[in-house]
Design a binder for this molecule. Structure first.
Ligand SMILES: [Fe+2]
Length: 282
């Protein structure tokens, strides 16, 4: 069986995996990667430089890839592969508002009963400046919360939605945009603490978290802010600086992530695949 060379980035979060592109689909390799993903949260394949086809096949071997419904530019090849191109370039990006929102800490898919298992980003072109991606370990953040705080929040419910996320920076959206946001990420009630099948728990906070059910609006938002600040302390985080050809895959249910700001003319281009979730947010 192909042995992977694995180097931990820190005891808290992340590992670098070294494997030649032509061994990425070897028998047992995607399965080993899934195990490593569950253990380390973020896997970095430095400058692996794989093709789109290999990215799609790998995503389908780690789990089941969920083809993107939104394409940055509508050519047929992109549609057949189901890759989403993450870019701020107005000539290529269909909905820049979703890309700008990535600059706020979030978990993907909090509007849905089963959020994605993982996201896989491949760097076609790094940003000329900025554009790092940062991750925060939600399992560790929950584990290290004081017992009395856990008791206070364990049964709380939070309403999430894309509208809440985008209103953080876009204060006067058009009605058309608002309707699209509501359609793409409808307001949904979710538990604040996601107790997962493997025994770990994640604090589901971030930009999509609008308010706490049954709590005074300002008081609830203050608590969500306090928890977000707790989860994103430097000791729980890993910040990835992109090099061309890097591939990074992360365990979405256990992490928050964000992109550090970059400009429309930065050249930054990522190819993203999403791996379907396996566990309900409950
Ligand atoms: Fe995201």
């Amino acid at each position: 069986m192909t042995e992977l060379s694995v180097e931990s980035i820190s005891p808290e979060l992340g590992a670098r995996v070294y494997v030649a592109p032509d061994h990425l689909l070897d028998e047992g390799v995607p399965e080993q990667c899934l195990e490593l993903l569950n253990k380390h949260g973020v896997l970095v394949f430095p400058a692996i430089g794989i093709s789109d086809e290999l990215q799609v096949e790998f995503s389908n071997r780690v789990g089941k890839m969920k083809p993107s419904k939104i394409y940055s530019s509508g050519n047929g090849e992109e549609k057949s592969l189901g890759i989403y191109k993450v870019t701020m370039d107005p000539k290529r990006a269909k909905f820049i508002d979703y890309i700008v929102s990535n600059e706020y800490w979030h978990m993907d898919g909090t509007s849905y009963a089963i959020p994605p298992k993982a996201t896989n980003l491949k760097c076609e072109m790094p940003s000329s400046s900025g554009g790092d991606t940062e991750f925060a370990n939600l399992y560790l953040a929950y584990e290290q919360l004081p017992a009395e705080k856990k008791a206070q929040i364990d049964d709380l419910k939070v309403v999430h939605g894309v509208v809440a996320a985008n209103l953080r920076w876009c204060k006067n959206p058009s009605l058309v945009d608002l309707e699209r946001w509501m359609r793409d990420g409808p307001a949904t009630e979710q538990p604040l603490v996601w107790k997962q099948a493997d025994g770990r728990s994640a604090l589901v906070v971030g930009s999509t978290a609008d308010h706490i059910v049954g709590m005074d609006l300002d008081e609830g938002r203050a608590l969500l802010k306090e928890l977000l600040d707790w989860c994103t302390q430097p000791q729980f985080c890993y910040r990835h600086q992109w090099q061309q050809g890097d591939m990074v895959i992360w365990n979405n249910p256990g992490l928050l992530h964000r992109a550090h700001p970059y400009t429309q003319d930065s050249g930054r281009l990522m190819h993203r695949t999403t791996i379907t979730g396996t566990e309900a947010l409950s």
